[in-house]
Write a protein that binds this ligand. Sequence first.
Ligand code: SF4
Ligand code: SF4
Length: 478
Amino acid sequence: MNSKIDIKQLESEPATHVQSSLNNVQAGVKIQVKSTTGFHSNLRRLVAGLGFLAFFGCVWLQWGGHQAVLWDLENRQFLILGLTIWPQDLYLLSFTLMIAAFGLFAITSAIGRVWCGYACPQSTWSWVFIWIENFIEGDRNKRKKLDLEPWSIRKLFKKVTKHLAWFSVAFITGLTFIGYFTPIRQLSVDLMTLNASWVTVSWLFLFVILTYLNAGWLREQVCLHMCPYARFQAVMFDRDTLVIAYDEERGEPRSPSKRKTQPDWVDGGAQQPGDCVDCTLCVQVCPTDIDIRDGLQYECISCGKCIDACNGVMDKLNLPRGLISYTSENKLQHNKGAFLSKRFMGYSLVLALMTGSLVYGVYNLPSVDLEVDRGRGASLYRENYLGEIVNSYNLRVMNKSQGVQTFDIDVLGLENAKVDGLNTFSLKAGEVSQLAVSVTTQLTDLQQRVTPIQFKVWNSSDTSENDTVESRFVAPVR
Ligand code: SF4
Ligand code: SF4
């Protein structure tokens, strides 16, 4: 049996009387989304609220005298909660992105596109802009009526107020985003005193415009036409993946509620009406303007609004909830599905391994970095006037922490060797020191032409903060 589930690409003339989102787009019709209440709507607001709190709050947090989260482009460092990631540690960030991707794959394979419906910034900001629109212009029908009305002072006032509110949110969003790349406290002062550089202002302007356009005007178009995730998420689905689905068996044939009492309404009474009363509320609340009763479509972002709308209708009709619900293809077809699919377990295993490796890597990230260079242009070795063999090295020590550190350096692997140029020294946060070092030993102590050695640097008061680099000692041994 094929484990993939079918995703429908609807014909340009859908089976229902409701125009599909794509048709609406082609016709230039703006999707007016009806507001909903219910469990999924509340959950979405909660997740969006937490996301907003994290996004707008983190940028103002201070940690050890610095902004807690800052991608400091000028100084080429990424500060996160007291940890400094330098360009040489960027693999940790790449690793984090891979973990995020695998996390998304694991979640999608188990519970579908909940990321899109509940947590994606595009959806979240669109919900906020829709909420503002709803607050100023009224719910769906009022907004549609207002759009059709001729221009008047009242309409102009509402439209201007809405766009100003959208711009305000876009501005705060842009400012916050830029604040993750340039210290936001200073940036705010610079903007207020008109001292911000034109580069910063240009970036700010760009992000304000992008937010305003994406959340205010483009909205679902980004999901439908620009987001690549929407296109390939189907490959992560199987028959046990939770999707939003309409229970066709229970809902069909659709019947307006008032006709439910007339048993002969279809086929002269041979067919009983289903529970769907064809009120189209599930379509009116849909942010991508699809009719979920036509089957799973790639436009569905799993936001659960249609579930809340339909559950409200079922409550009023005293019918059981769940005509539209989170379910799986297997459940809908009364097949026994797996509790956890193989795909989900595979993604989760990889995710666990990668997360463990990342935690280990971050925990063991030294606050000092040592690089050794064997003195370019210099000879491999030289003999001093005592007949001893001397090798020269250039050491580069960097303090990767956010405070002053004192370091010791030593060379390992050559007993009785004398080392010139190594001593205890202090470096400020982010400071780099270049040291010229020479290692001297007796020829009789050497057994081979190339002897592996190690340079080790460590924090004088915390030896666990150290870094060791391999090098070699070359001598004229045959
Ligand atoms: S069909 Fe339902 S879950 Fe899917 S996008 Fe529309 S309202 Fe959200
Ligand atoms: S909200 Fe429920 S009852 Fe109304 S049209 Fe949609 S599926 Fe049918």
